[in-house]
Design a protein around this ligand. Structure first.
Ligand SMILES: *Cc1c(COP(=O)(O)O)cnc(C)c1O
Length: 461
């Protein structure tokens, strides 16, 4: 068969468009349907050129076009129900925002007084919307916000240590998910990494010996997502601060998670509390906005005014500045810490401290709603464990309540896939070969939505 014959097998865009499957798709603009057809036909042409044939029937092609058009027209990222029990789930957007933050983003989304002082009419700094709140909540003298914590660390090192040495313990040369590696960030900043100690043990004296006239700073990094246990030793932030101060250099502490307040009933493990770290006198503290702080993606640098002044002047501060909606959401979140009820109004904290009895009740009502939605299914309430996630509280698990799901003739993996494609998608977890849903990360008012998703699944009776 020559190339010409093969190409003639491909239907025209118009003949596909006139197929019943494509005449009208509710909620999908005509333009998206046409774009999808062009794309599918182009892919088909390439396949045929590569010798894969014959072309499928026109009806089959039209169905494929319809699916692609629907996908193209869907606004993403789109909401999902997180039933994994992982509270700060990076792949699901980390912290769900407080209602106040969502409203603040909307208010700031058109023209707003981002950099205008409404009293004087003069140009102001966008940081005013958050700096005073960060200092109020953390106790630091000064602060600046950039677009994530990786940026905060990069900016701090660039401003304070470019071309000079920074001392870090070997056990703290961490990699955080998404390829944030301390040695690489250090290299980007132009600072020279001086490693001290061993993987499991670093003493204050190791730092002390490494300090030279070329030392610009000591960096302490919270090993967010792992824990070394056994024969371990590390220098405490307080001792490091005293050492740094006696040598006239700053201590930078990358805390990672941004925990602002104690959580009743929860063992904090090694998780540092930002206000305590500031109270110890650390010169520069960096942390994320969307981990335990529970706000939008942001990186916060808080600390002493003399060092913050250098950070604020650095050109990277401009390159890493956050946009107006981020600042609005962060400001609203910080306001909850300053003047509101963080354990109730910040979803991350509410989920982490949700009482056992409430979780058990929720699992019970979810199971009974599911039994009604899918009579042939088997739904059991069982104890389980949720995970704080987001590289926080390494080694800490929270007692929780799960609902396990078994449907005759459906594997756990196939059920999980169908649920991911439900509307809205439900993200569950596989546990010992069974599909389980952890109610800790499901808002109470969405339990019935989960049941409705099950009712809508195409599963054999
Ligand atoms: C998460 C984390 C980072 C990176 O923060 P992003 O806000 O994701 O950029 C850096 N350092 C530590 C210790 C972390 O836990």
């Amino acid at each position: 068969m020559g190339l010409g014959t093969t190409m003639r097998e491909i239907p025209s865009v118009n003949s596909i468009l006139s197929q019943p499957a494509l005449r009208e798709i509710p909620g999908v603009p005509r333009e998206a349907i046409i774009a999808a057809c062009r794309q599918v036909l182009q892919d088909l042409r390439r396949q045929l050129e590569e010798g894969e044939g014959p072309a499928p029937a026109v009806e089959t092609i039209a169905k494929e076009c319809a699916l692609l058009a629907q996908r193209m027209a869907r606004a993403t990222p789109s909401p999902v129900i997180n039933a994994t029990g992982v509270v700060i789930h990076t792949n699901l957007g980390r912290a769900p925002l407080p209602r106040q933050a969502i409203e603040a983003m909307e208010r700031a989304s058109l023209y707003c007084d981002l950099e205008t002082d409404l009293v004087t009419g003069q140009r102001g700094s966008r940081q005013v919307h958050v700096e005073e709140l960060v200092t109020r909540v953390t106790g630091a003298a000064s602060a600046i916000v950039c677009n994530n914590n990786a940026g905060a660390v990069l900016l701090s090192l660039s401003a304070l240590a470019r071309g000079r040495e920074v001392i870090v313990a070997r056990g703290e040369l961490v990699e955080i998910g998404g390829s944030f590696r301390i040695p690489e960030i250090m290299e980007q900043s132009g600072a020279k990494l001086i490693e001290v100690g061993t993987t499991n043990r670093t003493r204050l004296a190791d730092y002390e010996k490494a300090i030279t006239p070329d030392t610009a700073a000591i960096l302490k990094v919270h090993p967010s997502n792992y824990r070394i246990i056994g024969f371990v030793e590390s220098a405490a932030a307080g001792e490091l601060q005293a050492l740094a101060q006696s040598k006239g250099i700053p201590l930078l502490y990358d805390c990672g998670s941004g925990l602002m307040t104690g959580l009743p009933g929860m063992d904090l493990g090694d998780e540092p509390l930002v206000p305590e770290i500031i109270a110890l006198g650390c010169d520069i503290v960096t942390f994320s906005g969307d981990k335990l702080l529970g706000g939008p993606q942001a990186g916060i640098i808080a600390g002493k005014a003399q060092y913050l002044a250098r950070v604020k002047r650095h050109p990277l501060a401009r390159a890493l500045r956050p946009d107006k909606t981020t600042l609005a959401a962060l400001s609203a979140t910080l306001r909850i810490y300053a003047f509101g009820r963080p354990l109730e109004d910040i979803p991350v904290l509410e989920m982490l401290t949700r009482p056992g009895e409430k979780l058990e009740d929720m699992a019970g009502s979810l199971a009974s709603m599911l039994k009604e939605a899918v009579p042939q299914g088997r739904f059991c309430v069982l104890r389980g464990q949720s995970c704080p996630g987001g590289g926080s509280f390494p080694g800490v698990w929270l007692e929780s309540w799960l609902v396990s799901v078994e449907v005759p003739g459906e594997s756990a993996a196939s059920l999980a896939k169908k649920l991911r494609q439900a509307s809205p998608p439900v993200i569950a977890r596989l546990h010992e070969g069974r599909l389980v849903m952890d109610v800790r990360t499901v808002p109470q008012d969405q339990l019935s939505t989960v049941a409705a998703c099950f009712a809508g699944l195409k599963i054999p009776c």
